[in-house]
Design a protein around this ligand. Structure first.
Ligand SMILES: C[S@@+](CC[C@H](N)C(=O)[O-])C[C@H]1O[C@@H](n2cnc3c(N)ncnc32)[C@H](O)[C@@H]1O
Length: 221
């Protein structure tokens, strides 16, 4: 379950943070660094739902290459050697990226960058946006989703994870209306938490998009 302190702080500071801090990259990064330094996001590291994106990706790509945008420490993803070809994590927070690098997992690389302006010449079998889309504006999210197909392989797909679909309705609309084929919308409820979902999008150029087969959703113990 999400840390109640984080949730209360997020609710109280949502408007000033959105208007005064997020537009300024360095301030925004500093805010995330402070939150990681205070340990406010440590609870994420133990979450077992990290297994879900990997089993999901394996339904369309064995040994995938993965780009994780807003990866945090990435500790909750079970990146067992041999299960993926390469994993690249990107996050605004230097502190989160240092923690991610310290895990020393094979075939991983990390980068500090703002995903609102992130670009790469590489292509990936899966691009993850796990619990990060809310920290962009709906317009920024739409622009990001519009850019991602250029970073996908032919078989590649985008996975957007949303913890509370009801509270993120503006972003759910962005996902549904972004113009990319919505291949699957998989409900997931963590513990006694709200109804969340994984949204799987194909790249715009994907012809003959195949549906994602049933994947057991994770109920966190
Ligand atoms: C709630 S955490 C989720 C971390 C991880 N994806 C997970 O699900 O465990 C949100 C992460 O998004 C990152 N983030 C927020 N806005 C960002 C941006 N514009 N560019 C890159 N990372 C960003 C934060 O630094 C933080 O690590």
């Amino acid at each position: 379950m999400a840390n109640p302190l984080v949730r209360t702080l997020a609710r109280l500071t949502s408007f000033p943070v959105r208007v005064l801090i997020r537009p300024h990259r360095r301030l925004h990064a500093a805010l995330w660094n402070v939150q990681y330094a205070l340990g406010l996001w440590r609870y994420l590291d133990d979450m077992s739902d990290g297994a879900m994106p990997l089993s999901l990706i394996e339904t369309w790509a064995r040994q995938p290459t993965i780009l994780d945008l807003g990866c945090g420490t990435s500790a909750n993803l079970p990146l067992a050697g041999g299960r993926y070809r390469h994993y690249h994590g990107v996050d605004l927070s230097q502190r989160a990226i240092e923690a991610a690098r310290a895990l020393g997992r094979p075939d991983t690389s990390f980068e500090v960058a703002d995903i609102r302006s992130y670009r790469t010449g590489r292509r990936y079998d899966a691009i993850l946006l796990r619990e990060v889309i809310y920290y962009l504006s709906p317009a920024e999210s739409a622009a990001l989703l519009g850019r991602l197909p250029t970073m996908l392989t032919d078989r590649g797909r985008i996975v957007v994870q949303i913890y509370d679909v009801a509270r993120a309705d503006a972003f759910v609309r962005v996902i549904r209306e972004c113009g990319l084929p919505l291949v699957a919308e998989l409900p997931v409820r963590l513990d006694d938490g709200p109804a969340g979902a994984f949204f799987v999008l194909a790249g715009a150029s994907s012809a003959g998009v195949r549906p994602v087969p049933a994947v057991p959703t994770t109920d966190r113990p």
